[in-house]
Design a protein around this ligand. Structure first.
Ligand code: HEC
Length: 197
């Protein structure tokens, strides 16, 4: 009798341990965008483990006032996309709902350590994000500015120029893939660019 009880306990603990291992081994469902109860986007803390698509260096845009950024050192913009969105894009040439982009703006410096010419990236200046969710956002995508903060961010009002510039000038579905060489190649191969720049 006592033996049976011991065996039952052993089986119980084995089941618990196996269940625990199973949970850990399962692929992270973690790259879908998360929103809090007020509909604010939670900061995607692991975006640095997402797919890196490209970096802009001190880009200014047509129609923007001011022209070249003379008053401060040049800034880099590093662009990341969540792995689920990236994989779907590579297969279909379209961004599924849940696609999340992060734009990481970094300051730059020169003549540090052994560096003479050229520039390397330094401190974080700001983080912006963009999420596709056609049920949640009237324009299909929501835009967010975290700044240097990691608090949840409210969707920026659709009257702001994030929406108009991205919808009018981005090569594919609000995303500036004309500046992301590997995504541009993939889109061309899929034949999804109506008027390739
Ligand atoms: C005048 C045009 C313009 C405006 C306004 C603008 N963007 Fe962008 N955005 C761009 C360009 C160009 C890129 C590509 C940057 C690069 O190559 O590094 C970009 C890239 C991005 C990306 C990376 C994914 C993508 O769509 O390519 C995010 C996220 C983003 N912007 C967020 C914002 C947010 C948030 C705002 C408003 C606060 C905003 N943008 C306003 C032109 C604009």
């Amino acid at each position: 009798m006592e033996r049976t009880v011991k065996l039952a306990w052993a089986a119980f603990f084995l089941a618990l341990t196996t269940a625990g291992c199973g949970t850990q081994a399962a692929p992270a469902a973690g790259d879908a965008p998360a929103f809090d109860e007020d509909g604010r986007l939670r900061f995607p803390a692991d975006y640095r483990e997402w797919v890196y698509v490209s970096s802009g260096l001190d880009m200014t845009y047509e129609g923007e006032e001011g022209g070249a950024n003379q008053d401060r050192p040049p800034m880099f913009t590093n662009v990341f996309v969540n792995p689920a969105g990236y994989r779907a894009f590579m297969e279909t040439g379209a961004w599924p709902n849940g696609t999340t982009f992060v734009l990481e703006v970094r300051e730059s410096a020169s003549e540090g350590s052994i560096n003479k010419d050229g520039r390397f990236q330094t401190g974080l200046a700001a983080i912006e994000a963009e999420v596709k969710d056609q049920a949640r956002f009237p324009k299909g995508w929501g835009f967010f500015a975290f700044g240097r903060d990691t608090e949840p961010a409210e969707a920026i009002a659709t009257t702001q120029d994030c929406y108009s510039c991205h919808s009018e000038h981005a090569a594919l579905d609000h995303t500036f893939i004309q500046f992301y060489p590997t995504l541009l190649d993939a889109a061309r191969k899929k034949g999804v660019l109506a008027d390739a720049p």
